[in-house]
Design a protein around this ligand. Structure first.
Ligand SMILES: *[C@@H]1O[C@H](CO)[C@@H](O)[C@H](O)[C@H]1NC(C)=O
Length: 418
């Protein structure tokens, strides 16, 4: 904890120094010391729910006696305070719920997972399962405030829609009257009232859009039809049946939630990571801004498009640029160089991993080579368990394994068996 604190503090101090010299126009917010986060109890929780458009509640363990852990707790509190301060004019309430002291309130509100943040909007509850930092939280909450339905009425809006390839998108073509659109919108809002349906389908990334005739023609959408775009797919799936009931749409989305290629994002990273494939993830690291990373990502998209009908396959793409604080941790844990694109299998129980060796070649693997490797992973031929015995018939040199510790001793590997 200490080093993190120190580095945070020193970054903070540096910033202060710069700020004193800076001209106006760029000013990071500092916590102003004003308490905005409520201590939620039986006495005030109903009032808080009524009072705000959004209520964010952090459900936590009792404040620890240990000094170090207390600091950690205070840091979390500070994240909420700063978020509350930045969003002060947005009618969003913030509160802390103690799992012991406020157990009754927690039960009434349906809070289950200690350490989670719950967002109450109208009658829906959304669990925030992302990185608990003010940046991420502010972005997430502003998204939640926004309407999940957007109208697509012209070529510009259509281009924007087409660029959102990282998201799950639903697009429907209805009469072109607002009333039709509104009824779908209400469906999204009301759906989350039924908490037994899990996970909630209408997450803020999913956009339900209505569109005008020309746009529909361009997308070959028929009247009353709804299309589903999986992330990174060019061709949509058409929801079966017309007209569709709300439940039909919900069911379809829930069934197709897990994309063949999905990007890890700070705002729901834990949710994504917990949705593993029988204990493993296929993980691809690629920096989109880097020429090699970009190229590799294009290959990955091709592979995903070719294999989109394989329900067994889901590749998690991580852009290291999005997670500067985690990069060194990943490099150490997986023994990788993240300045280059990488793809591997990670066991989510112990973070044991195997990576495709791309270091010797100048060229990146082709889509076919990558598909062969993925096939080997899905069939279990490439796995994280038999690192040492992997030198059987499969081209032994093509897979880098990383079981031994940092200072790799060349003799150790060669002599072990034979
Ligand atoms: C992941 O690692 C755990 C613990 O080492 C092991 O028991 C499990 O079999 C592994 N899972 C897979 C799918 O390799």
């Amino acid at each position: 904890m200490q080093p993190i604190w120190l580095s945070l503090l020193s970054a903070f101090c540096l910033r202060l120094v710069f700020l004193c010299r800076a001209e106006e126009g760029l000013e990071f917010p500092n916590f102003d010391g004003k308490d905005r986060v409520l201590d939620i109890s039986e006495r005030n929780y109903k009032k808080a729910l009524k009072r705000y458009d959004l209520l964010c509640l952090f459900y936590h363990e009792p404040v620890p006696a240990n000094k170090g852990l207390q600091k950690r707790f205070q840091m979390t509190e500070l994240v909420l305070e700063l978020t509350a301060q930045v969003l002060e004019n947005r009618d969003i309430g913030f509160g802390m719920v103690d799992s012991q002291k406020d157990a009754k309130v927690a039960r009434k509100l349906g809070l289950e997972e200690v350490g989670s943040l719950y967002v109450f909007k109208d009658d829906r509850v959304i669990e925030f399962d992302g990185e608990l930092s003010s940046d991420t939280l502010v972005e997430f909450l502003l998204d939640v405030l926004e309407d999940p339905v957007e109208m697509i009425n012209n070529a510009m809006e259509l281009r924007a829609f087409e660029r959102m390839e990282e998201d799950i998108r639903l697009i429907g073509y209805f009469k072109g009257e607002d009333s039709y659109c509104l009824c779908l919108m209400r469906f999204i809002h009301s759906f989350n009232k039924t908490p037994q349906l899990h996970p909630p389908p209408a997450n803020h990334n999913e956009i339900l859009a209505c569109c005008m005739f020309q746009v529909a023609k361009h997308l070959s959408l028929k009247m009353n039809e709804v299309n589903f775009y999986e992330p990174f797919m060019e061709e949509p799936a058409i929801l079966p049946g017309r007209p569709l009931s709300e439940m039909d749409i919900v069911e379809f989305v829930n069934q197709h939630r897990r994309a063949t290629l999905r990007k890890l994002r700070a705002e729901n990273m834990f949710e994504t990571w917990e949705d593993d494939m029988d204990g493993i993830h296929i993980v691809a690291f690629a920096e989109e801004e880097d020429p090699d990373g970009y190229e590799f990502l294009e290959i990955l998209k091709d592979v995903a498009r070719d294999n989109t009908n394989n329900p067994e396959l889901s590749i998690v793409w991580i852009d290291p640029d999005d997670f500067p604080l985690l990069t060194t941790y990943w490099e150490k844990t997986f023994k990788l160089d993240l300045f280059r694109p990488q793809i591997g299998v990670v066991n989510v129980t112990d973070a044991d991993s195997v990576w495709l060796d791309m270091s010797n070649d100048e060229d990146l693997p082709t889509a076919e080579e990558l598909e062969d490797w993925i096939e080997d992973v899905l069939s279990g031929r490439v796995n994280t368990e038999d690192d040492d015995e992997s030198a059987d018939d499969q081209e032994p040199d093509s897979y880098a394994t990383e079981d031994s510790s940092e200072g790799q001793d060349p003799d150790e590997e060669d002599d072990s068996e034979d």
